[in-house]
Design a protein around this ligand. Structure first.
Ligand code: PHE
Ligand code: ZN
Length: 870
């Protein structure tokens, strides 16, 4: 039975639970092909003396028995989506037994088979596929879990908390009993059964608690867990130092799952991770992959306080835990990586995924007001924009005030299920700030546009800014209000020095000199200046907004050289490139090329060892170029994109080869910031070289692939030839596949690259990859590597004029919908950008969306996305 219900849930309908569950005892009897789950709930009415029936959620369960206080109970109904039990006393013990079939569970929600193991995934509402339960985050319960299974097939039996007992049983079976002392919502429940290889570590908290750290992976993968373990220890220490938060159990377990819908899951004391976010060695993880492992380890660990100890009252509050935890993860990442590179990458991600989402049919506020399928709301808006909102709050109340606010939050709400409003109130209480106007950031969808105009009056030495903010209507929100937008600004003189004179404005300024634009229009001015200054605005990306500001090329080039805020320095280069793209798009190639030449000169004048060089050389993707365009003329975009790329490659021709050769890295491979930067710079150089000197690029790439001792360089080699229509391309890809065929994570990268290649051949080339025996639709990583990458990153392929790209993706969406709706509903999203696409393509896209919508039995997941677009 699959969820095809299109019923809408609303935040305004929230009601407190009628029954609480003080204790939950679960017994899992794992058999071949089926599992029997017995659940005993200690129930208590929240208002004693009332008569309402108890409603328990349940999905795809076969009820075998129902007992209340030891007596068979008959006054109940099993309906669609749940179980209603009538006539219960105020307190009672209710026991159900159900049968489930983990081996047939292809949705990967609830209990499912992942290769030879069984694992669970319960967030958001997977627990109802395991047993009947009030499956909502505001019902917190203490769990005691018994797992019984075949001892040789499933030697390791894990659940949350502490293992208090384990013993052998007759018939080659055994059992383990786990108890979690911390009350938790059922979405944090986890169970794992299998045969693993293990890596163990130790950690001592500041107050002296000994914690055993245990990481589990497939047989033969144990040596790939080392980096994750190191990162875990780093994260535990970081949360103690920066937030005064210690771990609260004696064991911290992490298990790698090859088939997993998302990145990782913060189940209490028993995280389950996608292998791609846990395993790392030089042959199967790139530098970026190592960073992902470190960041995701940190993220899931930080959830122990922001998510687990304090959880969400309802799923509309998801950003309470996710926005906050992404923010903490980003802070961590800024301390362990180069902070400039970390911030640049955060912003690039936001612009590539969140901005388009906020401009498309699925635009929603950070705190959504309604949903059909909660799984569709694990979005860049809830996560990444949610984090930006918290970052702005910190900017507004100051770092010390924010930290005091966090302390209040932990003190007040430990052990509770709360709302975003509770969080903001805690920050206010701790900092003394008034955030009443600020709350609008949680309620309004869409990306504000900030326009800046400047005016220099040489006779009085006055520099004046006129600021303006606007926010376009989104579905269901026709009228928007101005939001307080923190704008970090600085002035530079013509030789690149900082101008220190203070800004004068009717607007509030923070102690750190950040201007708060809290109304539609305002002015800011500086007086007594000796010469026209150069303005830098939105430093550090102080607010998640689009900025329109016409600035002379020379000013941007000066900021590329002189800005001391690394983000703003990088951004000055981006603005030159984006402006050049816009020029070329409207036919003014000469103007565009002039801007690019200013860009290239500034890059060439920079020390190539500076990490920012690698960031600059990584020219925006086509998707990044189209962000903010109201209408997208695909053919014109592709032409302009190509002109920009070639012009930069030509402008830096001399540097590229020299920098490529100078970027030799140490052997053996080591993941560290400096080495990673050199590899990144080398990859970018090779990529650009392929634009203007294909022979040389092919020769260098072949050599690199043959000699590299790590995946990062191998991918750089393949990426450089990926768009070249030459026989060497196929040879290099073949050579890679011959060597790494058995390494799933390395082969995912191989699929990914071909999925975005300009010369792969459509649709046949992609279809051919999808017919390979190692294209396994049971493993989301593989599906995402091929069709996820194709839809999200192969702009030219997806938008083929004859519509075959749309058809190819729609076919896969329909196939996957029958197996795994969560994956399907993410694959379909690129097809929903039709509002911005011009001409015949819009019609072709619509045809495919209608074809999907017409499918009988379409999952609620996909239907919600498709309906929003149609
Ligand atoms: N809560 C997980 C995280 O962000 C993500 C997740 C959501 C995983 C839903 C699985 C299912 O860390
Ligand atoms: Zn999270």
């Amino acid at each position: 039975m699959r969820n095809t219900s299109t019923q809408v849930k609303y935040l305004r309908d929230y009601q407190a639970p009628l029954f609480l569950v003080d204790q939950t005892q679960l017994h899992f009897d794992i058999r071949d092909g089926e599992t029997l789950v017995t659940a005993t709930l200690e129930l208590a009415r929240s208002t004693p003396g009332t008569q309402e029936a108890l409603t328990l959620d349940g999905d795809d369960l076969t009820l075998l028995s129902l007992v209340v206080d030891g007596q068979p109970w008959t006054d109940y109904e099993v309906g669609e989506g749940g179980l209603v039990v009538n006539g219960l006393p105020d307190r009672c013990q209710l026991t159900t037994q159900v049968r489930i079939h983990p081996e047939q569970n292809t949705a990967l929600e609830g209990l499912y088979a992942c290769g030879p193991y069984l694992v669970t995934q319960c967030e958001a509402t997977g627990f109802r596929r395991i047993t009947y339960f009030p499956d909502r985050p505001d019902v917190l319960s203490r769990y005691r879990v018994t797992i019984e299974a075949d001892a040789s097939r499933y030697p390791t039996l894990l659940s949350n908390g502490n293992c208090i007992e384990s013993r052998s049983l007759d018939g080659g079976r055994h059992e383990a009993v786990w108890e979690d002392p911390h009350p938790k919502p059922c979405y944090l429940f986890a169970l794992v059964a299998g045969a693993f290889e293990q890596l163990t570590g130790e950690y001592t908290t500041t107050s002296g608690r000994q914690v055993s750290l245990e990481l589990y992976a497939d047989q033969g993968q144990g040596q790939r867990l080392g980096f994750a373990l190191e990162s875990l220890i780093e994260s535990m220490r970081w949360d103690e130092i920066h937030y005064g938060r210690e771990y609260d159990l004696d064991r911290y377990l992490i298990v790698a799952a090859g088939a997993f819908n998302m990145g990782a899951m913060e189940n209490k004391g028993l995280n389950i991770f996608n292998t791609s976010c846990l395993l790392a060695d030089p042959d199967t993880a790139t530098d970026a992959g190592y960073r992902v492992v470190r960041d995701v380890i940190a993220h899931e660990y930080f959830h122990n306080w922001t998510g687990n100890r304090i959880t969400c009252r309802d799923w509309f509050q998801l950003s309470l835990k996710e926005g906050l935890t992404v923010f903490r993860e980003q802070q961590f990442s800024e301390t362990v990586n180069d902070p400039a590179v970390a911030r640049v990458e955060q912003v690039r991600g936001l612009r590539a995924f969140q901005f388009p989402e906020d401009a498309g049919p699925m635009a929603h506020p950070v705190r959504p007001e309604s949903y059909v399928e909660m799984n569709n709301f694990y979005t860049a808006t809830v996560y990444e924009k949610g984090s930006e909102v918290i970052r702005m709050m910190r900017t507004l109340v100051g770092e010390a005030g924010f930290r005091r606010g966090m302390d209040v939050y932990f003190d007040r709400h430990d052990g509770q299920a709360v709302t975003i409003e509770d969080f903001v109130a805690a920050i206010e209480a701790g900092s003394g700030a008034d955030l009443s106007a600020f709350r609008i950031w949680y309620a309004q969808a869409g990306t504000p546009l900030v326009q800046v105009r400047d005016q220099w009056d040489a006779s009085t030495g006055t520099y004046r800014l006129t600021l303006n903010q606007q926010l376009a209507a989104t579905r269901g929100q026709p009228d928007k209000k101005p939001a307080p937008i923190p704008l970090s600004v600085a002035l530079f003189d013509q030789s690149g020095g900082r101008v220190s004179s203070p800004a004068q404005s009717e607007l509030r300024q923070t102690d750190d000199g950040v201007i708060v634009l809290d109304r539609p229009n305002a002015q800011v001015q500086w007086t007594g200046l000796a010469e026209r200054p150069v303005l830098s605005v939105l430093r550090g990306f102080s607010a998640p907004v689009r900025l329109h500001f016409e600035q002379p090329d020379a000013d941007l080039a000066l900021l590329m050289r002189a800005e001391d805020d690394a983000f703003a320095r990088w951004e000055a280069g981006q603005r030159l490139i984006h402006a050049a793209f816009a020029d070329v798009l409207k036919g003014d190639d000469a103007r565009g090329k002039a801007r690019l030449s200013a860009f290239c000169q500034a890059v060439a004048a920079t020390d190539p060892e500076a990490p920012i060089v690698g960031e600059w050389l990584d020219i925006p993707s086509t998707i990044e170029f189209t962000d903010g365009l109201e209408r997208v003329d695909v053919d014109a975009v592709l032409v302009a994109d190509n002109v920009v790329r070639r012009t930069v490659a030509e402008g830096l021709r001399e540097q590229l080869e020299a920098w490529y050769l100078a970027a030799e890295t140490e052997r053996p491979y080591r993941f560290d910031a400096q080495q990673a930067h050199r590899r990144r710079r080398r990859a970018a150089c090779l990529q650009l070289m392929a634009q203007v000197d294909a022979d040389k690029a092919v020769a260098l790439a072949s050599d690199l692939l043959a000699t590299a001792d790590n995946l990062t360089d191998r991918m750089a080699a393949l990426a450089a030839v990926n768009d070249l229509d030459r026989p060497e391309r196929a040879q290099l890809f073949q050579a890679f596949a011959d060597r790494w065929a058995d390494e799933a994570l390395a082969m995912d990268k191989w699929f990914q690259l071909q999925a975005v290649s300009a010369v792969q051949g459509l649709p046949a080339g992609i279809a051919e990859l999808a017919q390979r025996p190692d294209y396994d639709r049971g493993v989301p990583n593989r599906v995402r590597a091929l069709f996820g990458a194709f839809g999200q990153r192969h702009f030219a392929g997806l938008h083929r004029g004859n519509g075959e790209g749309y058809r190819l993706l729609a076919d896969e969406v329909l196939t996957m919908d029958a197996l795994n709706p969560q994956v399907a509903s993410r694959l379909v999203r690129p097809l929903t950008q039709l509002t911005r696409i011009e001409g015949e393509r819009a019609r072709l896209m619509r045809t495919e969306l209608e074809r999907i919508a017409a499918k009988q039995d379409l999952s609620a997941d996909v239907r919600e996305i498709v309906s929003a677009a149609l």
